[in-house]
Design a binder for this molecule. Structure first.
Ligand code: UT7
Length: 334
């Protein structure tokens, strides 16, 4: 007779225990970006809501800035780094296909025995990480999970490309997720639309560039209008579904923290969600730019630190971007 293998479950639920973020020191104004593109401060503010952004220093790596955010999240969590069982790093800008950013980051923050891997879901990566962490904790494969969203987009953006140069920036945010007796992370609504791969992609593959050369080292290429239309139409439906699946209404929310893609996308989503006026909305893009996988935890940390949103309140989070990948869930704020 075949022996039965044991399959113990984990905690009943999971919760975000803490958040930490890191915004690189160097402030870059629209005027500075416009030195290399045909644009104006006025156009950038009006079309994206961005006034300034942060760039990492040339010698600051993706893992360096991820460690800075993760250390703050671990310090605030009340657990020791050695208790972390899994490290998930959401990033598309780590310059090594292998080894992962997560393996290096886990070692550097002291999560020495943790399993570690990267998530490649672009601007949806942080919300993917939160959903995966919750399933690991409930499934019993980890008790505590560190989820980091980190990007150094300046390494992969052409500063002379006026369709991307003004929007993308660098930063990192992290959360520690652990067991909970009560539900604190709502059901995720997620997916990816490979039919629209060309909406956000690279100008060329790295191997193609190696073998055949090209006008310049491969950088990000974005069909801004296509992504904009998709975000405003499809993502509003995804956000509504995440709220419904959490068993609440928009009126119950204490915060709306969408990926900081473009202020006009945020405004359009607020309108079509019918978000009540009393719900604070993350508008961190104004001073941080679009930091892809890092934008939601950076904005969450800022809103909590400023007292704009309450600890223990309900926040709707939604990430969306290249892939075209997306994920949304309602979470209890740490
Ligand atoms: O985070 C990952 C997901 N990414 C996103 O969600 C980004 C979504 N897309 C966007 O945020 C917007 O599409 C952008 C902010 C990137 C661009 O704004 P837009 O309103 O969609 O601009 P557009 O591409 O439709 O261009 C409008 C006009 C054009 O001129 P004409 O044809 O109307 O004369 C462009 O040539 O603005 C011109 N333009 C610019 N002008 C000054 C395009 N880029 C620039 C620029 N500065 N940088």
């Amino acid at each position: 007779m075949t022996a039965t293998i044991s399959s113990p479950g984990g905690a009943p639920h999971a919760r975000i225990m803490s958040v930490g973020s890191y915004r690189p020191e160097r402030v870059v104004t629209n005027a500075e970006v416009c030195e290399l593109i045909d644009s104006t401060d006025e156009w950038i503010r009006e079309r994206s809501g961005i006034v300034e952004r942060r760039y990492a220093a040339p010698d600051e790596t993706v893992v360096d800035i991820g460690v800075a955010a993760a250390t703050k999240a671990i310090d605030a969590s009340g657990i020791a780094a050695e208790q972390i069982g899994f490290v998930l790093v959401a990033t598309v800008t780590h310059p090594y296909p292998t080894p992962s950013a997560a393996a290096e980051l886990a070692y550097r923050v002291g999560a020495l025995d943790a399993a570690a891997t990267d998530i490649s879901s672009a601007c949806a990566g942080f919300c993917y990480g939160v959903a995966l962490a919750q399933d690991m904790i409930r499934g019993g494969s980890a008790e505590y999970v560190l989820v980091v969203g980190v990007e150094k987009l300046t390494d992969w953006v052409d500063p002379t490309d006026r369709s991307t140069a003004f929007i993308f920036a660098d930063g990192a945010g992290a959360v520690v997720i652990g067991p909970s007796q009560t539900p604190a992370i709502g059901p995720v609504v997620w997916g990816a639309d490979g039919e629209q791969l060309d909406a956000i992609t690279m100008t060329q593959s790295l191997t193609d560039y190696r073998d055949h050369g090209g006008p310049r080292f491969p950088t990000l290429a974005m069909k801004g209008q296509q992504v904009f239309r998709w975000a405003v139409s499809k993502m509003t439906e995804v956000a509504k579904l995440a709220v419904a699946k959490a068993g609440i209404t928009a009126d119950d929310l204490d915060a709306f923290i969408p990926h900081q893609a473009n202020m006009r996308i945020t405004d359009a989503m607020v309108r079509s969600l019918g978000l009540p006026a009393h719900v604070p909305v993350a508008r961190d893009i104004e001073t941080t730019g679009n930091t892809s996988a890092a934008s939601i935890p950076i904005a969450m940390d800022r809103m909590l630190a400023s007292g704009e949103v309450p600890h223990g309140g309900l926040a709707l989070t939604i990430g969306f971007g290249a892939g075209l990948a997306y994920a949304a869930q309602v979470v209890v704020l740490p």
